[in-house]
Structures are given as structure tokens and as C-alpha cells.
Design a protein around this ligand. Structure first.
Ligand SMILES: *[C@@H]1O[C@H](CO)[C@@H](O)[C@H](O)[C@H]1NC(C)=O
Ligand SMILES: *[C@@H]1O[C@H](CO)[C@@H](O)[C@H](O)[C@H]1NC(C)=O
Ligand SMILES: CC(=O)N[C@H]1CO[C@H](CO)[C@@H](O)[C@@H]1O
Length: 501
């Protein structure tokens, strides 16, 4: 491992995501951007995640990977050796979040070591996960600028923040609706838009206790960074600016390192997909994917397949399938069992309207193909940004936590999405899915408006990261603002030390 040379005193920025694949990938995208600005990036995580990262880091990158030890205790109720949410069932994910607080002493030691290694010069800045509010205290102990980086958008994070702080659903009316205190501009919500542990939260349950300690700790941070875009996410960004009174910098869309297969073995090569897409008319294909580690109920899978068969015959699809909920998600896909009888023969083989891909597909390549007309997604924020960057109208099928809030935001505030289904508790009927697909793909005024809006957002998002001919987009400016704030604090700390002597 490269040690830092004292002679070339470039500034070090420490990047520290929570141990979940979506977070690690988004932080890696941020790390690569910061590296391009001429800073040394030190990427901190637990040993198993660092080993995985060693394989996915671009060969040209000089990002330094540093291990931090992590042992869960018996109280954490985690299977031994677990260091990433990807190997956990949904009901145990919170346990890893809670257990990650035990990283605190090791992280302090790590910052102390880095400072000693640099002859007493601490890192310029620490960029930590939303779950690591405690790290602000450590940063300030060393006089280091601290920021929190959110992988999700500001609107959904604002809902999340207000939800845990206020638990407004406890006083929801008979229609099971509620709204967020201090965030009325987010509109009305329904209890079906809440994750299971939010629904049962009463303030004394472990998630409430954790979040009500973690979220207020953000007020100790010096800045909140988002993988989002100022012009797109104004409502949520405004919420945090007034709530925290801190620097709030939307830096997105942060492009993820290309061609990552997220460790999945099955799948299809990009060439296969592109070849197939080239045989289809422009804007005729729906791309269906629920992210790298999600699936739906067996009954929902049947309804979705029926919808794809019944929908207007000019509509094609690429569907990334995994075994339904309750089965081993990495096992082989049994089409004859989980799809309607004869579906593959009729729709895929005879009509040639669909491509069914097991486990994984090259999302970036697919979404940039002109034959793709819309994206059916769980509305995880990384997928949303990828879809919007390619000008896709979205069909939202949220499944977890902030995805419900993002779907509502994109549908009601932005007008670039229709909600197709909601989680696993609301019944899904194939007739409804057919209707939504035909709306998004068809020639109705509403459909045209959705696609017009998607085109507008694509330009907005491209402009945000443009840095050419003297024009700086909002995300480029926000990155300048964040780095300048960190440099200014370091300057002040140094001067403070001088005057103290
Ligand atoms: C963590 O576990 C490893 C091996 O499982 C052990 O070597 C190490 O001492 C443990 N560390 C702590 C701080 O308990
Ligand atoms: C800090 O440095 C000491 C001494 O080199 C080393 O034993 C320890 O593992 C380091 N701790 C961390 C968290 O990097
Ligand atoms: C949330 C979720 O579905 N997690 C699954 C991700 O994949 C692993 C297997 O690789 C499963 O064990 C998890 O349940």
C-alpha cells in the first residue's frame, strides 16, 4: 500500500460510506470525481468490502483503500462475518446500521494515524455516510472539515428525516394519510408508502432510538452533499438549508464506475442486448429492472408477465428477472414455474417482443439505446439518475424506504414518472400495469407530456455537470463551493494554531 509522501503534501480527503453496495458504489463515484480535482482520496471501509473494491477500482486510479476493523457483537443479532447489507435479508439490514456505530473508536484511531503519518497534518476533509453522524465529532476533534454525503435525493431524505424525527404517521387520519411537519410542501402521504419498520415506529423501538440520535448529529457537520441536481431537487434542498443552516451542495448526477456487474454471475453481455435492441423500432422497448438485489412476489411476477403479453403488440421489453421473494435470489430462474404457462414460447420466441435476462443486464448501455422508450424501476436513486440522464420517462414500483418518497416526488412534483405498483402489500392487477405502460409508451396527451418532461430533465441534468467554455453547471459550482469551504476551514485552523502559540 502506498504511503503518503510528506514531500508532496497534496491534500487528503477521507471517504467513508456505510457498508451497503448502493452506498459504496455512489461514494466510489464521488471519490473518482474528487480525485480528478487533484486531491488524494483515502477510501475507508471494512476488510471484506475493501477486498471487493480492489477488483473494481479503475486501474488508472490512485485512490488509496484503507481497512477499518469491524466485529459485530452478539447483541447485534447478525450472522457472523457479515460486513455488507447485500448478504442480509431486509429485516436484518437495520441491525448492521446499528452495529456500525461500533466503528467509532477505530475510525478515530484511523484519523489519528493518518494525521501522524503526515507529520501532524490532518486530512483536509472527511466525507461520511448519512448513518455516521457520530463521525462529525471525530472530524472536529482533529480540526477537520466534515460533510455528510447522501446517495439518495434531497426530497426523499427530507421525508426520511422528518419521518423519524416527528413520526407523523402516528397521528394519521382515518384515510391513513399524513403529512410531514415543517415540510408541508412535500404534500400528503399514505401509510402504504412507509417501510415496515417505520410503520411500527413509536419512538422507543430500536430504529427510532438510533435515528433520533443520528439525524440531529448532522447539525454538527459542516456540510451536506447530495448525489442530486439543484434545479431538480429544490424542495428537498431548501428543507435542509433551513433545517440545518449548513452548506448544502448537490453534486450530481455522479456517474458510477462503468460496467460493474456487482458480483453477479449470470447475466448477458452488452453486445447481446444491443444486437437485440437494434432490431426494434425507436422508443418501442420498456426496460424493466428492480436494481441489483431486489425482486417481487411470485404473484406480482405473474401479473407483470400477463401485462407484458396483453399490452399493445408494438411494445417490446427487456426484463431482468430473478427468482421471486422467498426463493434464493441468486438461484437459477425457473420460467416454467414463475411465468404464465407458454409465456416464453408465445411472447419471446414467436412474437419476439421480449428479452428475458437472468440476474443482471448492462443498464447504462441499454438505457442509452434509442429503442428504449421507458424504464420500469424500483426508483432507487442511482437508477433514477441513470434513467433521467438518458431522458427516460419512468414507471415507478417502489419497494423500500426512500423509494416510496422518490416515486411520489418524481410523479407528482416533477411529472416524469407514473407509479405502477407499490411495494408488496398492495395488490397488483395486470390490467392496471397494461394501462400504465400504454400511458407512458402511447400517444395520449399525458404520455406525450411525460416524455417532453423527460427530455427537459435530461437537458437540465446535462447542464448541471457541464464545465466548458467558461460555463459551469450548478453541480460543478457546488463541488467548488464544498472544496473551498474545506480549504478555508483548514486555513483558519492553521492560523488559529499560529495565534495560539
Ligand atoms: C475481531 O475478530 C477477529 C477475527 O475474527 C479477531 O482477530 C480480532 O481480535 C477481533 N477484534 C476485536 C476488536 O474484537
Ligand atoms: C493505527 O496505527 C497503529 C500503529 O501503526 C496500528 O497498529 C493500528 O492498526 C492503526 N489503526 C487503524 C484503525 O488504522
Ligand atoms: C434485500 C435483499 O433482497 N437482499 C438479498 C440480496 O442477495 C442476497 C444473496 O446474494 C440475499 O441473501 C439477500 O437476502
Amino acid at each position: 500500500m502506498r504511503s503518503i509522501k510528506l514531500t508532496e503534501r497534496n491534500e487528503n480527503i477521507v471517504i467513508f460510506p456505510f457498508m451497503a453496495q448502493g452506498h459504496i458504489i455512489a461514494f466510489l463515484g464521488l471519490a473518482l470525481q474528487i480525485e480528478q480535482r487533484g486531491y488524494n482520496v483515502i477510501f475507508v471501509n471494512t476488510p471484506i468490502n475493501i477486498k471487493k473494491l480492489q477488483q473494481s477500482l479503475p486501474p488508472t486510479s490512485s485512490i488509496r483503500l484503507l481497512e477499518i476493523p469491524f466485529n459485530s457483537s452478539d447483541d447485534d443479532d447478525l450472522p457472523p462475518g457479515v460486513e455488507n447489507t447485500d448478504v442480509l435479508p431486509p429485516n436484518l439490514i437495520f441491525n448492521l446500521i446499528k452495529a456500525s456505530v461500533s466503528l467509532k473508536p477505530s475510525f478515530r484511531q484511523l484519523i489519528s494515524n493518518l494525521t501522524t503519518d503526515c507529520g501532524g497534518d490532518p486530512p483536509l476533509c472527511i466525507v461520511a455516510d448519512i448513518f455516521f453522524g457520530w463521525s462529525a465529532e471525530i472530524a472536529h476533534e482533529f480540526g477537520v472539515f466534515h460533510s455528510i454525503f447522501s446517495c439518495s435525493g434531497a426530497f426523499s431524505l427530507a421525508c426520511y428525516y422528518s419521518l423519524w424525527m416527528n413520526l407523523p404517521h402516528l397521528s394519521s387520519d382515518s384515510a391513513a394519510e399524513f403529512s410531514f411537519p415543517n415540510f408541508p410542501e412535500s404534500g400528503r402521504f399514505h401509510t402504504t408508502q412507509l417501510a415496515a419498520n417505520m410503520l411500527v415506529a413509536d419512538g422507543n423501538d430500536p430504529p427510532s432510538v438510533f435515528h433520533r440520535k443520528n439525524l440531529p448529529a448532522w447539525s454538527n457537520s459542516d456540510g451536506l452533499l447530495f448525489n442530486s441536481v439543484e434545479e431538480l431537487d429544490m424542495i428537498g434542498l431548501a428543507y435542509f438549508r433551513r433545517k440545518l443552516g449548513r452548506l448544502v451542495c448537490p453534486l450530481g448526477p455522479i456517474l458510477l464506475p462503468p460496467g460493474k456487474r456487482a458480483g453477479k454471475s449470470a447475466g448477458i453481455a452488452a453486445e447481446g442486448c444491443i444486437e437485440w435492441l437494434c432490431t426494434k423500432p425507436e422508443n418501442s422497448v420498456v426496460y424493466i429492472s428492480f436494481g441489483s438485489n431486489n425482486t417481487i412476489l411470485a404473484s406480482q411476477m405473474m401479473q407483470l408477465a400477463k401485462a407484458l403479453e396483453e399490452v399493445n403488440k408494438n411494445t417490446n421489453f427487456i426484463w431482468v428477472v430473478r427468482p421471486p421473494l422467498g426463493f434464493d435470489i441468486t438461484a437459477e430462474f425457473r420460467a416454467e414455474e414463475w411465468l404464465p404457462e407458454g409465456f416464453v414460447e408465445r411472447v419471446v420466441d414467436d412474437q419476439k417482443r421480449g428479452l428475458i435476462v437472468a440476474q443482471w443486464a448492462p443498464e447504462g448501455e441499454i438505457l442509452s439505446h434509442k429503442s428504449i422508450g421507458s424504464f420500469l424501476t424500483q426508483c432507487g436513486w442511482n437508477s433514477v439518475l441513470e434513467g433521467l440522464s438518458h431522458g427516460m420517462p419512468l414507471m415507478g414500483w417502489p419497494m423500500a424506504v426512500e423509494q416510496f418518497f422518490s416515486t411520489k416526488f418524481l410523479a407528482e412534483e416533477i411529472g416524469v414518472c407514473v407509479e405502477v405498483a407499490r411495494g408488496f402489500n398492495v395488490e397488483v392487477r395486470h390490467q392496471d400495469i397494461v394501462e400504465k405502460i400504454e400511458l407512458v409508451m402511447g400517444q395520449s396527451e399525458q404520455g406525450k407530456e411525460l416524455r417532453r418532461k423527460a427530455g427537459e430533465i435530461k437537458e437540465m441534468v446535462e447542464d448541471a455537470i457541464r464545465d466548458q467554455d467558461g460555463f459551469k453547471g450548478s453541480s460543478v459550482k457546488a463541488m467548488d463551493q464544498f472544496l473551498n469551504a474545506a480549504l478555508l476551514m483548514k486555513e483558519k485552523t492553521k492560523n488559529g494554531l499560529h495565534t495560539a502559540k
